[in-house]
Design a protein around this ligand. Structure first.
Ligand code: SF4
Length: 390
């Protein structure tokens, strides 16, 4: 089956956020023409794979895709349209930082076909935003939402980070209230973890900060579930909430194991059997494309065991849950008794769906079901590892 989903990785950021360990390209001036030329070359090399494909979703992720501005995003989408058909009613998402959103850029994005914006908000607390090294303040988030709506984009997703260190004094409830006041169609949540090689890891090493406690992680996750669902949002995936009919089609493709093509530095692709990934560094990606060399850095063919683990892990992430066998029923009933899951239709077509309490134990429950021998989940299991969701 030809892919119906295209992911485009745009690695540029104005500076590194304090929690980010991603392979990004920090540039004060974004090399738009160089990037678009590289993209054209990479897509040109995928002619065979894209033949006969019709895309239902295009996702411009990063990095910070909005650093390409209005015309740059227009060039990217024109480059795509010149090489692959896009369906009549696609979902075309761009990740944007609030400070890149202005009337002119939005007009260009809409003209190019963008109809969904994922806004990197993270918090409405200016001190917390400063600590995160974000390039915007809270008032810019509000202005960005207004500007997007004025320009015709209603399908707006807000990213928020929870489990910040207590010493910041950030109120998670206030942030959720501020987010809900804006009535976004969709909200994505991420729990802060301290990754090696990040500014906050260095701060933690010298005692200048500490990771939020496990209790606060659990409390804030459950608070978000309670407040968001009370406001009419469906908690349809462990990290994602949507108003009715506003789930992310692109990300839902990942969670159902659909094939996708990824282009750009570090992008991953999956054809249903083989997962491959590009070189991560932007400079190397450009160099190889200029020389006519492949940008693929590696690939793996999923074994039956990989597929079984992936089926379990992806199924348990979502509210649809996972079809289970008679053998798995015993474990699922144990989870139900502990309040971690519900079991639907246990006699005919049993399905297990994790509760928010279960989602807090997602990795260990998935391992318990898919790899009861205790073997850890493969690091490659997940929606799309090429993408920094925050
Ligand atoms: S978190 Fe996102 S915006 Fe911040 S540096 Fe990383 S990729 Fe860039």
């Amino acid at each position: 089956m030809p892919p119906r989903h295209l992911y485009i990785h745009i690695p540029f950021c104005a500076r590194r956020c304090s929690y980010c360990d991603f392979s990004i390209a920090v540039r004060s001036v974004t090399p738009i023409d160089e990037y678009v030329t590289g993209l054209r070359r990479e897509l040109g090399g995928l002619r065979q794979e894209l033949e006969g494909a019709t895309l239902d979703t295009v996702y411009l992720g990063g990095g910070t895709p909005s650093r390409l501005g209005g015309l740059g995003i227009g060039d990217v989408l024109a480059t795509v349209r010149a090489r692959v058909r896009i369906s009549g009613a696609p979902e075309i998402t761009i990740e944007a930082n609030p400070d890149d959103v202005n009337d002119m850029a939005v007009a260009h994005w809409v003209a190019a076909g963008v109809n969904r914006v994922s806004l990197g908000s993270q918090s409405f607390d200016d001190a917390a935003l400063k600590w995160m090294h974000r390039t915007h303040d809270a008032s810019q988030i509000v202005r960005a939402v207004q500007t997007l709506r004025r320009g015709g984009i209603e399908n707006i997703s807000l990213d928020l980070i929870f489990a910040l260190p207590a010493h910041l004094g950030r109120s998670w409830e206030s942030d959720l209230v501020r987010a809900l006041d804006l009535k976004p169609a969709h909200v994505s949540l991420y729990g802060l973890t301290v990754e090696a090689q990040t500014p906050i890891a260095r701060w933690a090493d010298r005692g200048a900060t500490v990771q939020g406690s496990e209790e606060s992680y659990e409390d804030e996750f459950l608070t978000a579930h309670a407040m968001m669902t009370a406001a009419g949002y469906d908690h349809y995936e462990v990290s994602n909430f949507a108003l009715p009919g506003m789930t992310s089609s692109h990300n839902s493709g990942y969670w159902t194991g659909a094939p996708y093509i990824g282009v750009g530095p570090s992008a991953h692709s999956f054809d249903g059997a083989i997962r491959r990934w590009n070189v991560a560094a932007y400079s190397e990606w450009i160099r190889r494309l200029e020389k006519g060399e492949t940008v693929i850095a590696g690939e793996e063919t999923l074994t039956d065991e990989n597929r079984a683990i992936e089926r379990v892990y992806l199924g348990l992430r979502t509210r649809r849950g996972l079809e289970i066998t008679e053998d798995e029923m015993g474990r699922a009933q144990g989870w139900r008794a502990a309040g971690w899951a519900v079991v639907d239709d246990p006699l005919q077509n049993p399905r297990v769906r994790l509760t928010p309490m279960g989602w807090l134990r997602l990795d260990s429950l998935a391992t318990d079901l898919a790899a009861p021998s205790g073997r850890p989940l493969s690091a490659t299991v997940g929606p799309n590892p090429s993408h920094c969701y925050i």
